[in-house]
Design a protein around this ligand. Sequence first.
Ligand code: COI
Length: 356
Amino acid sequence: MNTTTSYEIDLVKANTSKINSVDFENLTFGRVFTDHMFVCDFKDGRWQKPQIMPYQAMTFEPSARVFHYGQAVFEGMKAYKDDNGKVFLFRPEQNFERINKSAARMAIPEFPKEYFFKGLETLLNLDTEWIKPGLDNSLYLRPFVIATEPAISASPAEEYRFMIICSPAKAYYNEPVRVLFAEKFSRSADGGVGFAKAAGNYGAQFYPTSLAQKKGFQQIIWTDASTHDYLEEAGTMNIFFRIGDTLITAPNNDRILDGVTRKSVIQLAKDLNIDCEVRRVSVKEIKDAAMDGSLKEIFGAGTAAVISPVSAFEHAGDVFEIPVTNDSYATLFKSTLLNIQHNLADDKHGWRYEVK
Ligand code: COI
């Protein structure tokens, strides 16, 4: 299907910038947005001419299908600036491929590659002052698609809006996180949408996560829906376990997000001669390892969270504190990744994408 007309973008610049009102040293994740946003509508069976315009509120009819059926998918990416002012993305083709896989699963039309990259690059050039150099700074990019058609019959929409908004970011988690292993609630099931970045995957976690938070745990490590015996992912990040000197992470399947940071960590482990097993990992194995002292680390890996250490976990009323190790893999992977992303280290896999 020819889904596009041409690859030009209509551009309306903001008259003034909000940048001077932003305290870049004290950012809460996802609260502040840059001056511009990218917008592209799908109607009459094709993606229309995209626009970049000042970041602003939008109006939709109350009957827009996204409000009723959650037909929405998104991505998480980051832009980084080196000390010479060059701007980079990290493996952006992975995000492009994934948003279209997510879209296909949610019966949303695929978005054209040229628009995705041209939209990102134009936006990043316009809002480049919002990308601060330094290893703890990045600009978080949120491409997303929503079903905008005003119609409430339960079927796929015929109209959509694809957008990209940008938010300057520091750490997602300021401290190591305490997690609870899921025993009752589930995030995803076989044949479901767990592998996709479908909005509802995230919304459905909020209630169980708020219960966990009341008990002093910031996140849930989701387990397989049928037995709750196997550890899968943390919802905002994929999860790695270190027993002795071996790293273990669950294999991808249709319940687990195919994380870009996850696959990068697996590759970096290979590069660093760290043994990394991609296989099912059981709750029992991790509890046994915590009891016999061989569980050295648990950490999450994700775009927003980068690499986030886990300091404790709870399961069936048993709480295990994970002692801090001085040869932490989490610290090693975090600095290796950040150095590649910020153009401070050799990029032997070609993961950096310079925004020209
Ligand atoms: C990301 O890491 O980009 C994510 O999408 C997680 C998010 C829910 C903050």
